[in-house]
Design a protein around this ligand. Structure first.
Ligand code: GDP
Length: 294
């Protein structure tokens, strides 16, 4: 991922780096090239436009142009702006001592169930007592998949029965808690190939019953800009607190990952980096920017 974009940006910046003193025209030309490179990597139009506008403004405003290290300074501005675009400082879900409920939502195939298993492993290794709730009643295979993941990780999985109401699910979780207290509950919900009203209503009812402390949207990096329209709809209907971007190990151009923060306004908490349970990493904007710019 980011390979083409990385190569393009590195070429543009290498030319700039060599320049001492820059004219406004040179900066403008470089910014046009950067904007093209971002758009070709499927970065959202507004994100690409604002990106170069901010860098240009700072380059001119800070009186960088006439200085002997102008090229290097503009390269640094691009680097810093990339970190900002990816979300600035790394952020993680907020967890209290107990009473934590993470609600996982997303379209079918995005990697929701896999990411639920990965999160269980991640937090178990941090000393959390995790309970998984398999609430995907649309796809019975998803419950089987989560049961297998739960066994592999070594955490219990409570399966929602067909036809069970959200209130019944909540009552069963409470009953489970009386016998075996858990401080973090992760709920894997139903996905569809496309958003529909029925799905949103069902998710909304379950969310009301489960009272999550974090609601995470699982976004497939391979699906590009469309994934971000989906994110906006989920946020409007369900309310999101953060994102997990999966399949960062694939050959996606990277536009969805780069645009996600600005388009949705939500932090990217984690990146999925393989199909395996170990393939989940906290998302560090500075490291990702470093990888892109080489
Ligand atoms: P769900 O329908 O959203 O629950 O999706 P699944 O969790 O079943 O995942 C769909 C497919 O994507 C499966 O084949 C997963 O192994 C794969 N997958 C999920 N996350 C990642 C990831 O980060 N990297 C890669 N390469 N594959 C992933």
């Amino acid at each position: 991922m980011f390979e083409n974009l990385g190569n393009r940006l590195q070429d543009i910046l290498e030319k700039l780096r060599r320049e001492s003193k820059l004219t406004e025209a040179q900066v403008k030309a470089a910014m046009r090239e950067i904007r093209m490179a971002l758009l070709e990597a499927d970065v959202n139009f507004g994100v690409a436009r604002d990106f170069v506008a901010r860098v240009s403004e700072k380059a001119v405003g800070a009186e960088v142009l006439g200085s002997l290290t102008a090229g290097q300074q503009v390269v640094k501005l691009v680097h810093d702006e990339l970190i900002e675009t990816l979300g600035g400082k790394a952020q993680q879900p907020t967890l209290k001592n107990e009473g934590n409920v993470i609600f996982m939502v997303g379209l079918q195939g995005a990697g929701k169930t896999t990411s639920t298993g990965k999160l269980a492993k991640f937090y178990k290794e941090k000393g959390r007592r995790v309970l998984l709730v398999a609430a995907d009643t649309q796809r019975p295979a998803a419950r089987d998949q989560l049961r297998v993941l739960g066994t592999q990780v070594g955490v219990p999985v409570l399966e929602v029965a067909n036809g069970e109401t959200p209130e019944q699910t909540r009552a069963r979780v409470q009953e489970f808690q009386r016998g075996d207290f858990r401080d973090l509950i992760i709920v894997d919900t139903a996905g569809r190939l496309q958003i529909d009203e029925g799905l949103m209503d069902a998710l909304s009812d379950l969310k009301t019953a489960m009272q999550p402390t974090e609601t995470l949207l699982v976004v497939d990096a391979m699906t590009g800009q469309e994934a971000l329209n989906v994110a906006k709809t989920f946020d409007e209907r369900i309310g999101l607190s953060g994102l997990i971007i999966t399949k960062m190990d694939g050959d996606a151009r990277g536009g969805a990952a780069l645009s996600a923060r600005f388009v949705t306004g939500k932090p990217i908490y984690f990146a999925g980096t393989s199909e395996k349970l170990t393939g989940l990493e906290p998302f560090y904007p500075d490291r990702v920017a470093g990888r892109i710019l080489g």
